[in-house]
Structure formats: structure tokens, C-alpha cells
Design a binder for this molecule. Sequence first.
Ligand SMILES: Cc1cc2nc3c(=O)[nH]c(=O)nc-3n(C[C@H](O)[C@H](O)[C@H](O)COP(=O)(O)O)c2cc1C
Length: 203
Amino acid sequence: MEINPNDVSQKENHLLLDSIVCPRPIFFVSTLNKQNIVNLAPYSMSTIASTSPAMVCFSVALRPNGEEKDTLANIRETGEFVVNTVTAEILDDVLIAAGDYNPGISELEYVNLSTLPSVTIAPPRVKESPVHLECKLHQIVELGAHSLIIGRIQLYHIADEVYSGDDVDTAKLNIIGRMRKSSFVRTSDVFSNENLWKLYHGS
Ligand SMILES: Cc1cc2nc3c(=O)[nH]c(=O)nc-3n(C[C@H](O)[C@H](O)[C@H](O)COP(=O)(O)O)c2cc1C
């Protein structure tokens, strides 16, 4: 099968890419609007943008009616956001937060999650996530129906029990990844590859 992306609709491209580029991490993004209402929403078109400087990025689609999602509107207004990691324990609440709510109502009203203040930016962190990235907007790259948000990390918050000394011990996190449509993946079948270890460490 060969498919030219220019010959198919946005929906078909979405279905293809959603099933080809997976598993993907889920960024649970917290922002504030001008009225200081906390917005929470998951974004899985997301990854590292750079390690020097430390940057992450995620892609926000327009709503079907052509309006901007609250996360994008808030980041345009305030230039700040927090990326909270998604573990199996909070997945149900994260999916509730993905609902289409009026911008005047915080998703916090609907989920069983609480917040902690951030240190360098105004939007709060999600307490139940073990890792938070406090980010300031670096750039928004407009890509047709999507806006790619690139943020520079101001501060990493890593729960002491998952910090290994130089990274995050992912075996201690019940991280969830996004697969196609409504499917997800657990990270309970992790393996190490000796050849890669030798490539990096010599023997
Ligand atoms: C697991 C998951 C991942 C998602 N990833 C994205 C994404 O990468 N880009 C996007 O535009 N919407 C994504 N969505 C949909 C948004 O979360 C949804 O449109 C949400 O209502 C946006 O909220 P907001 O208007 O508060 O920003 C995702 C939904 C789920 C459940």
C-alpha cells in the first residue's frame, strides 16, 4: 500500500500518523488563563525538542469548529506551561480532563487531582504526577491546522523516590504511552540491549 498524504483528508492522515508514530509519551499540560483559571489537557503529539538548551515540544490541533484549544490560547497569552507526566494511576483523570469544557471552568472541578505551586512560573503542577517540567514558551511554529509549541524547561521537579542520581528510574514509574485510537501501552516489559550498552560504554 502506498498513500500520498496530499491525496487523503486530514482525518485519514491523522489515523495513519496516530497508528504509525507510536507509542508516544503523553504530556499532561497545565496552563492558566488571564482569569487565573487552571486548564489541564493531555497532548501526545509530544517529544524532546532539544537537550541544549533543554526543550520540549507538542502539537496542538485546531478544534473541529476551527477554534483554538484552551491550552494554546493560554500559552499565547501567558507564555508559560507545565508538562506533567502521566502514570497508570492518573490515566482515568487525565482522560476526563481531555473533555471539551468551557474555558471559564477548570478541569480541576471534574478530576480527582490536586495542584502544587510552581517555582519559576505561574501555572501550577499536578501533584499526583511524579515528574513536572516548568516551561516558558520559546516559539510557536504554525503548521496549517496545528501549532507546534516549543517550550524551554526552567525547572525539573522529580519525585525523590524515582530519581536515580543522574536520571529518572523509569522502572519505578508506571508511565503510560499512547497507541492508536483509544489504546495505550504500559511500560512493564522493558528490556536492555547489551550492544547499545557496549556502543556507549566500550565493553
Ligand atoms: C491521550 C490523549 C492525547 C491527546 N493528544 C492531543 C494532541 O497531541 N494534540 C491535540 O491537539 N489534541 C490532543 N488530544 C485532545 C485534547 O486533549 C482535547 O482536545 C482537549 O479537550 C484540549 O483541551 P484544552 O482546550 O483545554 O486545551 C489528546 C487527547 C487524549 C485523550
